[in-house]
Design a protein around this ligand. Sequence first.
Ligand SMILES: NC(=O)C1=CN([C@@H]2O[C@H](COP(=O)(O)OP(=O)(O)OC[C@H]3O[C@@H](n4cnc5c(N)ncnc54)[C@H](O)[C@@H]3O)[C@@H](O)[C@H]2O)[C@H](O)CC1
Ligand SMILES: [K+]
Length: 466
Amino acid sequence: MQKLFDEVNSLDKRCYSDFYLSEDILMEHAANGMAQHIQKNFNKKSTIIIVCGSGNNGADGLALSRLLHPDFNVRIYYAKAPKSKMAILQNKRTKSVGVKECSELFECDIVVDALVGTGFSGEFSDELEKLMKQINSLNAFKIACDIPSGINPHGVCAKETFQADVSLTMGALKKSMFLDEAKEFIGKIEVLNLGISRDLYETSSNWHLLDLDDLQLPFRDKKNSHKGSYGHLAVASGQKSGASVISALAALRFGAGLVTLVGYEDEKSLNIPHSLMYSHGVPKNITALACGMGLGDAFSDLELQNFLDNDLPTVVDADIFHMPIISDILKREKLVITPHPKEFISLLKALNIANISITELQKNRFKYCEEFCLLYPHVILLLKGVNVIIGHKDSFFINPHGTSALAKAGSGDVLSGLIASLLAQGFEPIDATINASLAHTTLSCKHLGADFTLTPDDLIDNIKML
Ligand SMILES: NC(=O)C1=CN([C@@H]2O[C@H](COP(=O)(O)OP(=O)(O)OC[C@H]3O[C@@H](n4cnc5c(N)ncnc54)[C@H](O)[C@@H]3O)[C@@H](O)[C@H]2O)[C@H](O)CC1
Ligand SMILES: [K+]
């Protein structure tokens, strides 16, 4: 796990006050980190254009040019004249060693975006939008200095945002890099050291980025065990029974000892996979519930109340968010909810937390997750998206590892099944949610076929590859 920060200015200032470092020292390390990345990955004499802005992001770029010159063919493109104190100083240094500038962009091996970083606000002028479009059209390898120009804490605010292949970010990870719309532009991320260890540079944070190697799988260490040792999950079988079957099969494959579909149909009329059981009503030895996937109006109010009439760990998804019973369900102690953005805005409205559009939510995902979890601290929230957010009390986690291969009907049903499986096996709800989400995104990364071919059956099948 890695810490995430809203801003790093306060971390910089702490370096000056507590560690007797200076803006110049931090910047020299930032530039040196970028230079080392380029020296390690590109041949000397590669041609590099560094597009510099007027602030310290531009200053980083100017310092970088000095470090690479003359081993690399470096050209400075001044998008804006140096204005900040450091930019002016770095420019003097750059000129003193003879780094050349260019007034036009041209095809090169590497282009570095040092136009704006965390100081970007508002939108780009037409002139800068045009410049950014030209930069993005270059075939060069694209490196963002700190953060792609055009992204700010409220999202991607430029029509033309720098399309980074890699973002070399200074000191610590910024939350704005993990807004859903930033995923298109951020590329691979490397955090650069600023003159002290990252652990010392960073302070505490209640937001963390999940790494794939945080995944803990339900390995079976006990030798003396039987299927009941691994839980018994009940999945409400709804109108669209396929959704609940997908969840149930995912749960079984992910280690639940037994999985029963609970419904009120004639079992013979359903094509239930032989590895699943079917029951009218919740069986006795159930250890967790899953409800909502494909539910429709298959259950009467009484049948739904009976299904939920216990204090079992439960994951709810999909249709349940549009049912009045959701406000009762939110009182359950061990509860995981997994809405996608549309379901989440419907829930926020039903709970009188906020009446917002999808656009407003997507630009402020962090804020609305914090607002919900403040009001429902016992509930585990998993807000789906290209960067999944998991919230519990005042702790928040972002899983950025999903791929567009998951954008397929049934992927969410698999996720609910994975969460329910770990709940049934005794994982704490927050751990079940984090590990199921990591497993889910790992499965999408491990898919051997083309990304457009991934189906829920592939996901379930790939569980054995975890
Ligand atoms: N620990 C760290 O993160 C370190 C970061 N460093 C670098 O410093 C920049 C932040 O520098 P700052 O001067 O605050 O802002 P920027 O250079 O990002 O941008 C401000 C600059 O840009 C102009 N600007 C702002 N908005 C717009 C807009 N909409 N259109 C056009 N121009 C805009 C504004 O006028 C200013 O001139 C950070 O990203 C890092 O790269 C330190 O070097 C080391 C420590
Ligand atoms: K930048």
